[in-house]
Design a protein around this ligand. Structure first.
Ligand SMILES: [Zn+2]
Length: 842
């Protein structure tokens, strides 16, 4: 449970009462609290008690408690006005005159959601620090009694039947993250509004503290146009001129008048809304930071933005209106940690993507923390344009990532968690549900397996085991699978699940997941050029009310936002799927999608690479590297003893500029993990530069480049061996194989099968194409006519011990039966030492 220090149990009010009750509570806490019987044989044993001062919200919470206890047990719970001495006491402690103990929640904006659940033989206390906390107490109690709202909507609500409800509880709850949000990018779409909000309340995914961190500079300008018109020097200076228009306005923050204006603006804002928890001082998007001398002397964009925000924080905390906070992102150019200290009222949200300056997320969050800021995390649980709601696509589609990251964020000091997500409960539902548990209490990460098991048990009953396989496939499995294999296995698990239960509630859930699987099948088909965007959009719209896929986001991305908002669009059908249609989808899905295992054994090779020259491979026409190298690239090179210094011609074409480019040179002989040489002096400006890298070692080295989504081109020294790795377990293959390429690989003597995996590098990339040629130039395989997935070629007589070629290829080829190393020429190829040694024997 979260920290118990958030409440203080004080001595009882009256001596007589406290002697009896307080001592019994102490005993209860020391051992186990007394159990309370809520119902017996379907009859309520106690009333629900609220205060005559109870707010509308508390009354609503009490009503919901009565309603759900009734649904579970069949008992009728009456709601009474009382003093808190007995019954199911619902409200804030100050509402009740006769609580048998004194309870004071910690004050301040971060403890508004704290609550207590405590049973004794005569009743149960559901006491919260605020109306929202009282609601949490009610839903937590129901959760402890087995109630679940796994996904939004009535289909995914599980109300267990129990005529005898009894429990013992003594919990002091306080959330680990003070603000917890899983929200839909692109927004809600009408039908999903109410179920979404209901899910948030029932899973405590709420914000007791309102953190404002949105871009603020443009709105400050809009609210103060006269002052800015009178003072053009308040605008950022770019190329010697004040930039007064064009959006994404930046200020000349070194100007004291500008800072006073911004501070006055914030003070007015807070005075006008004294209940505000925070104001945002996040800069506008984009660059355009002031280039005047005084601003440059202030430091980096982070330093300048923070200096201004610090002044605002000090001013709004002198108003006598309580603690007021200032929110800001560590994002884009103002993501690197500042040199100046942060005011204690600064809250910095660090994004897990779009970081700049070559810093990692860890360095940024820890760097801001070190300057005194309270931090939060802006995470991405699902982004429709990244994962397209496919299985194991978004972060929420990978249970292990959710399980590992939330406790880690908290450990790094984060106290706010905000996750961009989508209405895609098919692939992400279990991940969202788990995130909901962990946002409140990171310690539950250790119970992830139990949480998954509880979900399977309660949501699917006797169909639990086939559904375990379904969720393993879409949320846990990491093995490479062709789309037909993935979808085929999903359909089969659902079919088995259907046969394993006659429960109509479970069947309704399985139907939704069949419709989700059909979506995945259509999207994979669309990505492979076999289905049209219309096929995908029609299906996504028609199943939108299942909330299995983020239909609004998909429409906005695949069709257009305007089409998404157009009523009566010809692709929009309001007709729900009939059970006959769902049966057909399932049966055809099984027929049309056959699971396939690779029918070859993979062979392991060492990574102790040496030149292939002892094999005396023939000279070949040089191939070509992928023509759009991007993000992170890793090349293996060989430095002979004449090489004193490695000179590389490097050119970076700007595309996303998410980080400045960097090149690291590693040697396996270096005992430390660090590179032997690093160069960060170059820019994404299209200019070719010579980078000089010195190393004390000879032989094998690894060159790694990072460019944050730009294109890094390297000209390698003439005659130097350069090889890339492309195996089933190789990291960063995806980045390597962007664009068209032609490369060679070696088929060792005695090899019977050339087998591996071929796929696009990402869901947005061109489909696979290109040919596999043996050493005599004969076509062994045509990827242009093959489906993504395993490929297998029998090695003809005499074609082992030779160099084969992937010609004019799109997509990645992960080699599994031969050394997974590719090069432009035979002279450039590096191979595992054991292969070279064995095959060079006469
Ligand atoms: Zn300036």
């Amino acid at each position: 449970m979260p920290s118990s220090k958030t409440i203080r149990i004080l001595a009882g009010l009256s001596l007589a009462l406290s002697t009896v009750l307080f001592s019994s509570l102490s005993v209860a806490r020391a051992a186990e609290s007394s159990a309370v019987e809520l119902t017996r044989e379907g009859s309520a044993r106690l009333p629900i008690v609220i205060s005559d001062k109870a707010s509308v919200e508390v009354r609503k919470s009490a009503d919901e408690l009565a309603e759900y206890l009734g649904k579970m047990s069949g008992g009728k719970f009456v709601i009474e006005i009382g003093n808190g001495s007995r019954g199911l006491v619902v409200g804030q402690p100050t509402d009740f005159a006769s609580l048998p103990f004194e309870l004071a929640f910690e004050s301040g904006p971060f403890h508004r959601e704290d609550y207590v659940l405590r049973s004794h033989s005569q009743g149960l206390y559901l006491l919260g620090a605020s109306d929202l906390a009282v609601s949490h107490a009610v839903w937590d109690l129901l959760y402890r009694l087995g109630y679940r709202q796994f996904f939004p909507g009535p289909k995914w609500e599980v109300i267990p039947a129990a005529r005898d409800l009894k429990l013992a509880v003594d919990a002091n709850e306080s959330p680990h993250f003070y603000s917890r949000r899983i929200w839909y990018n692109w927004g809600l779409w009408g039908y999903n509004d109410q179920p979404y909000h209901q899910w948030c309340i029932r899973n405590r995914a709420t914000q007791g503290f309102r953190l404002n961190s949105g871009h603020a500079y443009d709105s400050i300008l809009a609210a103060n146009t006269d002052a800015f018109a009178a003072h053009p020097e308040y605008f950022a200076e770019i190329d010697g001129k004040r930039r007064t228009e064009g959006g994404d306005i930046k200020f000349c923050i070194s100007n004291p008048g500008l800072r006073r204006l911004v501070v006055d603006h914030a003070v007015r804002t807070v005075k006008a809304s004294p209940d505000l928890d925070s104001v945002s001082m996040d800069p506008s998007d984009g660059g355009n930071w002031c280039t005047c001398d005084a601003c440059r002397q202030m430091g980096s964009p982070s330093d300048r933005a923070l200096t201004l925000a610090n002044e605002v924080a000090r001013a709004i905390n002198q108003l006598g209106l309580g603690d007021k906070y200032v929110g800001m992102y560590a994002y884009n150019e103002h993501s690197p940690p500042p040199k100046v200290k942060a005011d204690p009222h600064m809250i910095i949200s660090v994004t897990t993507a779009f970081l700049r300056g070559g810093f990692t997320f860890d360095q940024i969050i820890e760097g801001w923390q070190a300057q005194g800021a309270t931090t939060g995390v802006y995470d991405y649980l699902s982004v429709v344009a990244w994962d397209w709601n496919l299985p194991r696509g978004g972060k929420a589609g990978r249970i292990a990532d959710v399980q590992a990251s939330l406790p880690r964020f908290h450990q790094q000091g984060a106290r706010f968690y905000d996750a961009e997500s989508g209405d895609c409960w098919g692939p992400c539902g279990l991940g969202y549900f788990l995130a909901g548990r962990l946002m409140w209490n990171i310690d539950e990460a250790e119970q992830t397996d139990a949480i998954v098991d509880d979900f399977l048990e309660r949501a699917f009953g006797t169909a639990k085991e086939p559904m375990r396989e379904f969720y393993r496939l879409i949320n846990q499995d990491n093995s490479r699978r062709p789309p037909a294999d993935m979808v085929g296995r999903m359909y089969r698990a659902l079919d088995e699940a259907r046969k394993a239960t006659s429960d109509s509630n479970v069947h309704a859930r399985l139907d939704d997941l069949i419709l989700y699987t059909r979506y995945a099948e259509l999207y994979y088909g669309f990505a492979a050029g076999q289905k049209s965007v219309e096929d995908v959009a029609r299906h996504a719209y028609r199943i939108r009310k299942t909330m299995m896929v983020h239909s609004y986001g998909l429409w906005s991305r695949l069709v257009s936002q305007q089409a998404a908002l157009t009523d009566g669009h010809p692709w929009k059908s309001e007709e729900p799927f009939t059970s006959a249609e769902i049966d057909t989808i399932l049966q055809e899905g099984i027929t049309n999608n056959q699971p396939v295992d690779s029918d070859f054994e993979s062979v392991a090779f060492s990574s102790d690479l040496v030149p292939a020259t002892p094999l005396s491979l023939p000279h070949v026409e040089p191939g070509s590297w992928p023509d759009s190298p991007q993000d992170r690239q890793r090349h293996y090179i060989w430095l002979d003893k004449e090489t004193k210094e490695l000179n590389l011609q490097v050119r970076v074409i700007k595309r996303w500029a998410n980080r400045m480019p960097m090149l690291n040179l590693y040697s396996p002989q270096e005992v430390k993990i660090e590179p032997v040489a690093t160069d960060e002096s170059y820019l994404p400006d299209g200019v070719e530069r010579t980078l000089k890298l010195a190393t004390p070692y000879r032989g094998l080295h690894r060159v790694e480049t990072f460019d944050g989504g730009d294109h890094t081109f390297i000209k390698w020294p003439e005659g130097m061996p350069v090889t890339v790795e492309s195996g089933i377990d190789t990291s960063c293959v995806t980045e390597h194989f962007r664009g068209a390429w032609t490369l060679y690989f070696y088929v060792p003597k005695g090899t019977k099968i050339v087998g591996g995996w071929a796929s696009r590098i990402a869901n947005w990339a061109p489909r696979i194409s290109g040919k596999l040629l043996d050493s005599s130039g004969r076509e062994a395989f045509d990827f242009g006519t093959a489906e993504e997935g395993w490929f297998k070629v029998l090695v003809p007589e005499g074609e082992d011990g030779t160099l084969w070629k992937f010609e004019n290829s799109q997509g990645q080829r992960l080699l599994m039966t031969v050394p997974p190393y590719l090069a432009r020429t035979s002279e450039g190829l590096l191979l595992p030492a054991e292969v070279v040694e064995k095959d060079s024997l006469p």
